[in-house]
Design a protein around this ligand. Structure first.
Ligand SMILES: [Zn+2]
Length: 177
């Protein structure tokens, strides 16, 4: 299996598990490793947590949200928030990259960093730039080209100039049409 196929497989397995669970109670915290299998073996994840990977993922909780958004980290105790519908309908590679991105935030949270530092705009915030840089490095390793990575970075709530800024920060040349 090539890396992209493997990732799609990992995410699909997560989805199957979600469907099996049928009644996922919104707001209840679950064990990350009950849903997201084999992430402790992913090199990009080990690159974040090192030897503590198993321990940290073993303790990580995940909460499935129902309505809006993609993924995030809860600022009160550092658990992962995942939109169950996004998991169901989103692009598998995007989902994988989002998980890597959020795990970077989990590490930052554990280091005591403020993930929602209001002194910065979203695309200027050091914790975001660090998480995006790491995620883009993984995207490149998987063979995604710059255009595909820009597609990944783009969200409906990000302005064009913010997108260009972010692309610039993570080292992607932005070609304007
Ligand atoms: Zn982020």
């Amino acid at each position: 299996m090539n890396p992209l196929e493997y990732i799609a497989f990992m995410i699909l397995r997560t989805l199957r598990k979600l469907h099996l669970a049928r009644l996922i109670r919104i707001g209840k915290k679950h064990n990350f490793t009950d849903y997201f299998k084999n992430f402790e073996k992913v090199q990009a994840v080990r690159g974040i947590f090192g030897e503590k990977t198993e321990e940290i993922l073993g303790n990580l909780k995940v909460e499935f949200m129902g309505l809006f958004g993609y993924m995030g980290v809860d600022n009160s105790d550092g658990h992962l928030l995942v939109n169950a519908r996004y998991l169901d309908t989103g692009d598998k590679i995007d989902i994988y990259l989002d998980i890597i991105h959020e795990l970077c935030h989990i590490k930052q949270y554990m280091e005591g960093k403020d993930l929602f530092d209001g002194r910065y705009e979203y695309v200027e915030r050091p914790t975001e730039i660090e998480a995006y840089c790491y995620t883009v490095k993984e995207a490149r390793r998987l063979g995604l080209n710059d255009q595909r990575i820009i597609e990944y970075l783009k969200t409906e709530w990000m302005s064009q100039s913010d997108l260009e800024k972010l692309a610039n920060y993570v080292g992607i040349k932005f070609e304007t049409a």
